[in-house]
Design a protein around this ligand. Structure first.
Ligand SMILES: NC(=O)c1ccc[n+]([C@@H]2O[C@H](COP(=O)([O-])OP(=O)(O)OC[C@H]3O[C@@H](n4cnc5c(N)ncnc54)[C@H](O)[C@@H]3O)[C@@H](O)[C@H]2O)c1
Length: 327
């Protein structure tokens, strides 16, 4: 039995963002039409080392793809000079159950999280969207902008981070990578007021911009908050937006951006318009007018890892990337 090992570098090189966006659309469509098996993710707590490891399996029936991601968040790591997050994705042959590939999972996560926002932007943002704003100059913030630029004619981007040095480094790197001006905003308002597409990819627990600064017609991708207590988007923005989510079950368990307004009594679950996959599958329309605000709230679903890993594996095989070992 042979298995292909793909490094961080291989994962990044294998799949263009535009292809990752298409893979996400297929994954979300299967998720929303009963063609995905996604058991609840299994957490293993390691309090002795201030850590948590999650095991996230899924199977996509239409595409016959299966994989499992293990992702560890060990909070003492940064102080020891180690990454906070380690992750590995194992792709399993759905016909035989044999493991066929193992790939570095943090870069795959960033790729698929960006690609999900790319899919949402493609389906929900105004076609003429030209200015992007990113909150959070971190790992996810990078693939968020890459993905938005893959689906819309973005000519200028703004970045805001509470750490100005991180924002500066981001701007320099992303300008080089995308070939458009990327400017550091001095305040959240400076970023949001100009933007047609806003991505929030921060570790914040409180809203990162004011609703008053959001222009009509803006599309927002909110990916940072992933617990019932965390949020990045103000209640008022959620209330006036057409809200699309990645997965109903996961959102109603984890998405503070929606759960906090629900707990405050300001809205009910009925305010959630659709899962992204319902729009991909043509079951519901997306944006209804150029003026409305649209919001894609994602907490992350294992089907994204499966689809991204399968697409990366196929592309890596074509390009002869990675190292094959006998098990
Ligand atoms: N939805 C998903 O599928 C998904 C996937 C992966 C990660 N995430 C989440 O996305 C978030 C970001 O992850 P990352 O890997 O990019 O982290 P990161 O640490 O690399 O970057 C986060 C950045 O946010 C900045 N920040 C914090 N508060 C801010 C604020 N109020 N305004 C502007 N910037 C602020 C930080 O200074 C940092 O630069 C995390 O909460 C992570 O758990 C979600």
């Amino acid at each position: 039995m042979r298995i292909l090992i793909l490094s961080h570098h291989d994962v990044r090189q294998a799949l263009p963002m535009r292809d990752a966006v298409e893979a996400m659309k297929r994954a979300f469509a299967q998720l929303s039409t009963g063609q995905a098996e996604v058991p609840l993710r299994v957490p293993v707590h390691v309090p002795r080392h201030n850590g948590l490891t999650l095991f996230m399996p899924a199977y996509l029936a239409a595409d016959d793809q299966m994989a499992v991601k293990m992702v560890s968040v060990f909070n003492d790591n940064p102080a020891r000079g180690l990454p906070l997050i380690h992750a590995l994705v194992v792709v399993i042959d759905a016909q035989t159950g044999a493991p066929v590939a193992a790939m570095e999972g943090a870069s795959l996560t960033a790729l698929r999280t960006g690609a999900a926002s790319g899919a949402a932007t493609d389906l929900l943002a105004r076609p003429d969207a030209a200015v992007a704003a990113v909150f959070g100059a971190g790992v996810q913030g990078r693939t968020q902008l890459e993905a938005v630029c893959a689906v819309r004619p973005i000519r200028e981007a703004w970045v805001y981070d509470t750490d100005p040095q991180r924002a500066q480094a981001y701007a320099g790197e992303m300008e080089g990578r995308l070939g458009i001006p990327v400017r550091v905003a001095a305040s959240p308002a400076e970023a949001v007021r100009r933007a047609d597409v806003v991505c929030t990819a921060t570790t914040s627990s409180t809203p990162v911009f004011d609703d008053a600064d959001v222009r009509p017609g803006t599309h927002i991708n909110a990916v940072g908050a992933y617990t019932p207590q965390m949020r990045e988007v103000p209640t008022e923005t959620v209330l006036r937006a057409r809200v699309v989510i990645d997965h109903r079950t996961a959102s109603l368990a984890e998405a503070g951006d929606l759960l906090i307004p629900i707990r405050e009594g300001r809205m009910t679950e009925a305010h959630i318009w659709a899962e992204l996959g319902e729009i991909v599958a043509g079951l519901k329309p997306g944006r209804m007018s150029p003026e409305e605000v649209t919001l894609f709230k994602s907490v992350g679903v294992a089907v994204q890892d499966v689809a991204a890993a399968a697409a990366v594996l196929e592309a890596a095989r074509r390009q002869n990337l990675g190292v094959e070992v006998a098990l």
